[in-house]
Every structure is written in C-alpha cells, then in structure tokens.
Design a protein. Structure first.
Lengths: 452, 302
C-alpha cells in the first residue's frame, strides 16, 4: 500500500506541476492584455515635435497588439517604431497572409478577440466582421469636420449601423494595364479602346499580327478573382448583381450574360489564355510580365509592380494604363477594395490603439505607404501629391479609375456567393456551361444562398 | 468462499495504481477528444453562425443534416470524393504492392532505394500541394517543360484547366505523397512471411502468380485491411492538398467533402452545417470501415 501511495503521490505531484506549468505559459496568450501593465522597456520621453495625440498621454506605457496582413509590413514596422519612440508604448504586430487572415480573424473575433487591440478589416468582409458587434465605434478618430479630407466612399464602406468601425488605411481596385511594345507592334492605339467591343477588336488585331501569344489572361482560380474577371467587367459595363435587398438582378440587365459571352468568345477565338481558369491574379501578373499577354486586369499593386518591380516583371517601364473599358454611355467601372483598421471592444488600451491608428493613417505615413507599397491612399489630398505621381508612372490614370469604381455588395453570404460566381466563370471558360446556363445557374445559386 | 470473491489486497493496490496511472491520459482524451466530439454533435443540431452571436444559437434539430443532404453542391462534393477515394486507394494499393514486392527482393542498393522511396511521404501535405502547383503550372510548370522537351506534347497542357483533368492531377499528387506509406506497411508485412512457405510452394510446382495469390495475399490480409482502411479514411478527409493545389476548382471539379466542410465552417461561418457535414462523413467512414472489416479482415495463422 505504501508503494502504491508513494507512486500515486509522485504521479499526482508531477501532473499538478505539469498543469501549473502549462497554466503559467498560457497566461500571456489567454490574457495578453496583462502584459501591458508592465512595459517591456523603459518609457522614453515624448519629444516636443511628436504628433499631437487625441487626448492626454496615458500615464503608464502599454503594449498594443495588432493583427494585420503582411503586405504592409515595412510601412507598419517603420511607423510602429516611430510611435514607440515617441509615446513609449509598444506595438506588437502579428502579420497573417491573405490566404489565412480571413479565417484567423473570424476565429479571433469569435473567441473574444484573442487579446488583440487592433484588427485589419478588408473591404470584402466589413459587414461579416462587424455584424458580431466586436468592433468599437471610432467616430472620434475622424471628427465630422475632418471627414471631407478622406475618400467618402471608403468612409461609407467602413461605417456600420451609423458608426465608423475602422480607420481607412489604403484603397485600391481593379485596373487595366497594357504592354506598350505589344500594342505598338500590333498597331493598336490604346487611346482608342473605350468599350469592350474596342477591346475585343484590339485583341483580334493582336492575334492576327502575332504581336503576343495572347491578348489577355483572365485570372479565375479563386473567388477573389471576381475583381479581375467577370466582376469588374460587369461593373465596367454598368451592370449590377443585386438590388439593395440582395435579390439577384444580374439576369435582367444582360451585362453578366454579356461578360460571360465575352469570356467565351475570347477563349474560343484564341484571344484569351484558357489557362487563366487555373491562374490567380499573381500568376497572370507573371504572365503579363513575361510579355505573354498584351493586357492585364489586376490590382493596383499588380499593375504598378508590372512596371517597376524586376522580381515580377521583365517589361519594366513598358507598361501603360487605360481605364477599364466601358459600355455605351458607361465610361468605365470596376470593383474597388480597401483596407481598414478597427479597434476591438475587448481591447483594454483603446485610447492608445486609437493614437496608433491615427499615427499609421496620418498623411505622411499614407504617402510612404503609397510610394513604397503601391496602394492608393485614403486621404483626398494625397491624390494630387507630386511625390506619389513621380514614384508611380501613370498614377493619374490609376487614380482616375477609382472615380468609376464601386465596392462589392456587403452581405454576410457574399463570400460564398463569390465562390459561386467563380464556379460559373470557370464553367464558361471551360465550356462546361454556356453563358446562358451559367447565368441561370448563378441565379438559382444566389437564391439558395440567400435563403440559407 | 468470501475470500475467493474479494480481490486480494495486492490486486486492489494494483488496480488503484493502474487507475492513477491511466487518469492523466483519460483526462486528456476526455478534454481533447470526447468533449469536442459531443460538443460538435450539439453544435450540429443548432443554427450556429460564428458571425452572428447576437442571434444566439437556436436549436434546429436535424435541419443542418437535411439541408446538407439536399444541397446540390454537397452531393457534387460527395461524388468527387468517392471518385477521388476510389481512384487514389485502388492505384495506391496496387502501386505500393508492386513496389513492396520489388523492394522485398534482394538487389544491390536496396537500402538506398527503400530510403528514397519513402522521401515523398516525409513531405508535409501543404508543401506537396504547393510543389505540385508549380509542377503543373500551365505556363512555366516542370511537367509541361519535361513533356515538351521529350516531344510528347506539341503545346503546353492546362493540367488544372478542366474538372476531370484537375481531379486526375490531384490523384497523381496524392499518389506521389501517400504511396510510400502503404508500400512501407506492405513491405513490413511481406517480411514476416516465412520463406519456407514459398520454397514448399515452388517444390509443389507453384509459379510466381500462384504463390502471390495463394500465399502472399492471404498472409498479408490483416495489414492490407489496415492499409486500405487507413488510406480510405485519409482520402475521404482530404483537404490540405485540395486547398493548396486547386481550391476546389475548376467548376467545383476537385471540391471534396473535406473542402466543402471547410467552406461551410470557415467561409460561410455556419458551424452547425460544418459540424453536420463532419458527422455525415464520420458515419460514412464508419460504415465503410465496417464493410472492409467484414470483407477483408481474416485472422492469419501460419
């Protein structure tokens, strides 16, 4: 009995130690805000020239935690370091890639915030993320008398149930770029391309002259490619997918059918690369960068980098920009995207988090973000900034494109609907369905998703 | 008489010790397996939307199951999963058996070949998917480059461009990764078969094919059952390869049930639906494994 008791006691002690050890380790993760009580370094004196915060500096330096996508890593790191130096508060950023950030954010929000103070909110997920009531209204970050300094469409996008729930950080959208050499060889004047019929005529000429292997490669692998294929084409033609209640209307105006038909004709005639069905927007950028295609319909980042980034393009300084072709009286159109930063209601350092948001979205930071990161700003004044215009060849056309753009609809089921649209697009591209069948199938799918 | 019924003091002590020793493991299993299992079943009976906490999680009975079983996308995913599973398991078992039979023979460099044959299995599934994504790229993929340089194709093939071809390529990528493990299992089983059985068969005039079907196959049947059951289960719950290689496309042509579950749970955020799909698949797997067990499993005696 003594032996049993000794062994049992030993096991229990070991187990208890293990459990307590796990508990000690887990504490910072489970309750990360605890860490803010004790700063990891001595607070530095706030310099006199530091940007004026919205309120009196907090007495005790804290650590704020942010969940942000990595594309802006350099910009965030630079201004976080400055913020830390000037306020004494620390900024800990977890960067999560595009492929995972949606799922990571969803689980973070649903599990009570995961100890984060600031969360990145992509434009496609505003309602989805905000509908749970996890974000703090931050109307005081951009007071009413300063709102005209910001892009109104982006402010509207990030306003949920009457409250601003994220500070607009950057904007962007779908753009059309072309390879100057290919168009010159084919004898196509880019200025003559105003409508999609003009575009297809240009493609015909490019094909006949053999100036490029393909005129265009519509990326269609992922649902997010909605921006760079049928989605933006329909928007540029003046079509709508939904009414205000989320009912499908795309079967009525005929533009979705026309866009599907355009994709089919492009592939059938050899103008469009059929491989686009299996390519994402980065891969079509690579194709364009090798001179395989004459046109590129892609993001602000992609079309800009096609002209200046040797890692993704071999046609540096040979890229021009036109507005995405329109239809009839519709000059142009396309879908926009944006990035915003929201503050979680569970944050214990809301005021410091607000200070950091203001710091990261101040004019100078946005300007550097635009120049280095190839994203459009959200402050109106920066659209006329000479330094950005110098850094970006064709900035005027790219900025002008945003005037014709709109944001995707904000339904909680939109993410899944985009998947259905991607399926319909792929089926048209692979001739699995006719454009008419694809439209009808998409109507049925939309009604089914909406009813769920 | 009473003394014989009551366990001895030593036996009682041993039982207490055994219980204490097992308690931590049981506690962990209860927390990480049994509780989630029961809780996910509870979730599957509710309209549990992660992004609508204000609406609560009302009890909906079997609605999630009914909605899943009547969803045409789910039925299509089930069809794709069955095709994928049959193709992957049949080809992998056949291929693995062939390789195992070869590697069971003595030849120079056998150790090195065995080691090399196992390498693909050591590659993580996600890395495997990304690697095959590059290999199959229609513009600069290695497969197109190789076939073109050998003169086997006139123009580059869009390997992931049609639902059928994309599914075939997913099976190929799965074969490359999973065959070594099955081969390892079968090779281990082959090495347990006494050599004198083959010698006796040879003396009796049996040829290689007869030896294989009369000796090898019956004697490795328990391991074959394990291999087929494991591979079927793994194939039915395939996700990472699809996620990285095709994202279920094109035209949902490679959207298996595992991917559908992910979409419902983490894209649509309908955890109730996601849990219901998972339970439907669990039931499906249990039935399948039971059938395998009844058909394949035999106690082997030498």
């Amino acid at each position: 009995m003594k032996r049993t008791f000794s062994i049992s006691l030993f096991i229990l002690v070991v187990f208890a130690l293990l459990v307590s050890a796990c508990g000690t380790e887990a504490t910072p993760t489970a309750e990360p805000t605890q860490a803010v009580v004790e700063p990891t370094e001595a607070p530095t004196e706030v310099p006199a020239e530091a940007p004026a915060p919205t309120e009196a500096p907090v007495a005790e330096p804290v650590t704020i935690r942010a969940l942000i996508r990595p594309d802006e890593g350099g910009n965030v790191a630079k201004y976080a370091a400055q913020f830390e130096q000037e306020t004494g508060n620390k900024v800990a950023v977890d960067f999560v890639g595009w492929a995972e950030i949606h799922d990571k954010t969803v689980t973070t929000l649903a599990s009570g915030g995961g100890g984060y103070d600031i969360d990145f909110i992509p434009s496609a997920n505003v309602v989805e993320f905000a509908s749970g009531g996890w974000f703090e209204p931050i109307d005081d970050v951009i007071p009413a008398d300063q709102r005209d300094q910001w892009l109104q469409t982006v402010l509207d996008l990030y306003t949920y149930e009457g409250s601003l729930i994220a500070n607009p950080w950057y904007s962007g959208g779908a753009h059309m770029a072309y390879n100057k050499d290919i168009l010159t060889t084919a004898g196509v004047d880019p200025a003559s391309i105003k409508t999609w019929d003009d575009f297809m005529n240009a493609c015909k000429t490019i094909k006949e002259t053999g100036a490029a292997e393909f005129c265009f490669s519509p990326s269609a692998k992922y649902p997010g490619e909605f921006y760079y294929n049928v989605g933006s084409i329909v928007a540029a033609m003046g079509g709508e997918f939904f009414d205000a209640d989320g009912n499908p209307v795309f079967q009525d105006d005929g533009m979705t059918l026309k866009a599907f038909q355009l994709m089919k004709d492009g592939i059938d005639n050899g103008y469009f690369d059929p491989a686009g069905v299996a390519l994402d927007d980065y891969e079509t950028l690579i194709e364009f960068g090798t001179g395989k295609t004459a046109f590129l319909l892609d993001s602000t980042w992609s079309v800009t980098n096609a002209n200046r980034n040797p890692d993704v393009s071999q046609i540096l300084d040979k890229v021009g920009y036109i507005l995405i072709p329109g239809e009839g009286s519709q000059t142009s159109g396309g879908y926009l995207y944006a990035g915003g930063l929201g503050i979680l209601k569970t944050s214990e350092n809301k005021e410091v988090a607000k200070q950091f948001l203001q710091y990261l979205t101040q004019e100078e930071a946005q300007k550097q973000h635009a120049i280095d990161g190839a994203n459009m700003p959200t402050r109106v004044a920066l659209f006329k900034d000479a330094d950005i215009a110098t850094a970006w060849a064709g900035f005027e056309t790219l900025a002008d494109q945003l005037n014709y753009g709109k944001f995707p609809p904000q339904f909680t089921w939109f993410e899944e609907w985009r998947r259905s649209l991607a399926t319909a697009t792929q089926e048209v591209m692979t001739a699995t369905k006719t454009p008419e069948e694809a439209v009808q199938w998409l109507v049925d799918e939309t009604n089914r998703l909406k009813a769920q | 008489m009473a003394a014989t019924r009551r366990p001895s003091r030593r036996l009682r002590e041993d039982r207490i010790l055994a219980a204490v020793l097992l308690a931590p493991a049981l506690l962990i299993i209860a927390v990480v397996t049994i509780y989630p299992l029961l809780h996910s079943f509870w979730i599957s009976l509710h309209a549990w939307n992660l992004m609508k906490p204000k609406e609560g999680n009302p009890f909906v009975g079997l609605d999630n199951y009914i909605n899943t079983l009547t969803d045409p996308i789910f039925l299509d995913s089930l069809r794709v999963t069955i095709i994928f599973t049959i193709a992957a398991v049949v080809i992998e078992i056949s291929l693995a058996m062939g390789i195992a039979l070869i590697l069971n023979r003595k030849f120079i460099g056998r150790g090195l070949v065995r080691m090399l044959a196992l390498l693909p299995w050591a590659v993580p599934a996600v890395v495997n998917g990304i690697m095959w994504k590059w290999i199959l790229n229609p513009s600069y993929g290695a497969l197109n480059g190789l076939l073109y340089s050998l003169g086997l194709i006139d123009e580059y093939v869009i390997w992931l461009g049609s639902p059928e071809l994309a599914l075939a390529m997913v099976v190929v990528a799965d074969l490359w990764k999973e065959t070594p493990f099955i081969m390892l299992l079968l090779l281990a089983a082959l090495q347990t078969i006494p050599k004198d059985l083959y010698e006796a068969a040879t003396v009796d005039g049996a040829n290689v094919v007869q030896s294989f079907f009369r000796i090898t196959l019956p004697l490795i049947q328990p391991v074959l059952f394990v291999a087929i059951a494991l591979r079927t289960i793994w194939a039915l719950k395939s996700f990472d390869l699809i996620y990285t290689l095709t994202a279920g496309g094109p035209s949902n042509g490679t959207s298996v049930v595992g991917y559908y579950t992910y979409i419902k749970s983490f894209v649509s955020l309908q955890l109730g639906r996601g849990a219901a799909v998972a339970y439907i698949m669990t039931l499906f797997v249990l039935i399948l494994v039971y059938i395998y067990y009844r058909v394949l499993y035999r106690k082997v005696e030498y």
